[in-house]
Design a binder for this molecule. Structure first.
Ligand code: FAD
Length: 321
């Protein structure tokens, strides 16, 4: 059944996040031949419309306002609800990012709609659109269909293939005027700690360190390997608790969930709470000096050895690629 599906294009630090393009891939599946409409909210965002179209959106609606320059859930919700009111979509797809996780339930609540969050795949089966999502910290997957109302889903980054960018694709980019009012919080400025390299939740390669890394200094070879492979550094809670790195790097049940193409776990035992954040990675490599470590049970490739010997060898070999 052809549907009109709205997709949120998420702009961060002057760029559209990759998950926006994956969301368009998901929306094309959900639209089943219907129209895919990108939505971009913010300040000075007009130029991003064409990029969403090049990744497969049929057209784009923007809502621009100085009050939307910084994300606030009530400001963004007002803007997106106005677009939903104007467009009357049958489907809505957001990225399952910090913003999506905050905004989607609020909008679903206002629409009195259900929400399928953290979707890892979408397929057509028996005339239904079937959404798959992990449950019980990734130990099982459930499949859901929507029987009534708007299809509303957030998709986990790095799971649904985006379309290849096609610079010859064109489409209309229109703007909708929305009066943003009664904001409960006005964010004047955001001061972010500078991070070098790739965003952990969207990284295709993650090099993660655990308590076995032993110190802040011990993370240096992991950072170098991440740099050589164009990836990001992550950590177990053990490493964060020991002050070897910041909590923003924590992967797991109470940290970030990542699904890279390659996850290299260095000196991580593989506690269930850590696996909850990375077990769906496409290829898992574990380096641990304990051959009985739990991480080897889910690893595709295991290296029993001292990470301080193995990681420099990997750096050397990867530099030759
Ligand atoms: P350890 O379990 O101490 O493992 C260190 C490993 O390093 C060992 O296997 C050892 O053999 C190996 N090693 C040591 N030296 C070397 C070396 N030189 N070379 C190679 N290997 C070496 N944890 C998370 O990661 N993320 C979470 O989100 C999370 N949430 C939690 C939520 C709750 C409610 C609770 C109770 C716990 C949570 N935890 C989480 C903690 C989790 O249970 C583990 O304690 C933690 O993951 C252990 O971290 P680790 O593997 O780095 O350390």
């Amino acid at each position: 059944m052809a549907r009109k599906v709205l997709v949120l294009g998420e702009v961060r630090d002057g760029f559209l996040r990759n998950v926006s393009f994956e969301a368009i891939g998901a929306a094309i599946l959900a639209a089943d031949g219907g129209e895919v409409v990108g939505v971009i909210v913010g300040e000075s965002i007009q130029s991003f419309g064409d990029e969403l179209i090049q990744y497969g959106a049929d057209r784009v609606v923007t809502v621009e306002d100085a009050k939307l320059g910084q994300y606030t859930s009530d400001g963004y919700a007002q803007a997106i609800l106005a677009v939903i009111d104007a467009e009357k979509p049958e489907g809505i797809i957001f990225g399952h990012t910090a913003l999506g996780k905050d905004l989607a339930p609020r909008i679903a609540g206002k629409l009195n709609s259900g929400l399928i969050s953290d979707v890892t795949s979408i397929e057509e089966a028996g005339g239904n659109l079937v959404f798959t999502r992990p449950i019980y910290s990734g130990k099982a997957f459930e499949k859901k269909i929507v029987t009534d109302g708007v299809i509303f889903a957030t998709i986990r980054p790095n799971n649904i293939e985006p379309l290849r960018k096609d610079e010859s694709r064109t489409g209309a980019v229109s703007s909708l005027r929305v009066e943003i009012k009664d904001l409960r919080a006005i964010i004047k400025d955001v001061i972010r700690k500078a991070t070098d390299g790739v965003d952990l939740s969207e990284a295709k390669v993650v090099i993660a360190g655990g308590r076995g890394v032993k110190s802040e200094e011990g993370f240096k070879p992991l950072k170098e390997l991440a740099q050589v492979l164009g990836g990001a550094v992550g950590a177990s809670r053990g490493a964060c608790d020991a002050n070897y790195c910041e909590y923003s790097l924590q992967i797991g049940q109470t940290g970030k969930v990542v699904t890279p193409d390659l996850y290299i776990a260095c000196g991580i035992s593989g506690a269930i709470q850590h696996l909850a954040g990375m077990s769906n990675s496409k290829v898992i490599v574990a380096i641990n000096k304990d051959p009985e470590a739990n991480i080897f049970k889910i690893a595709d490739y295991g290296i029993v050895g001292d990470l301080f010997e193995v990681v420099p060898l990997l750096i050397e070999e990867c530099k030759k690629l």
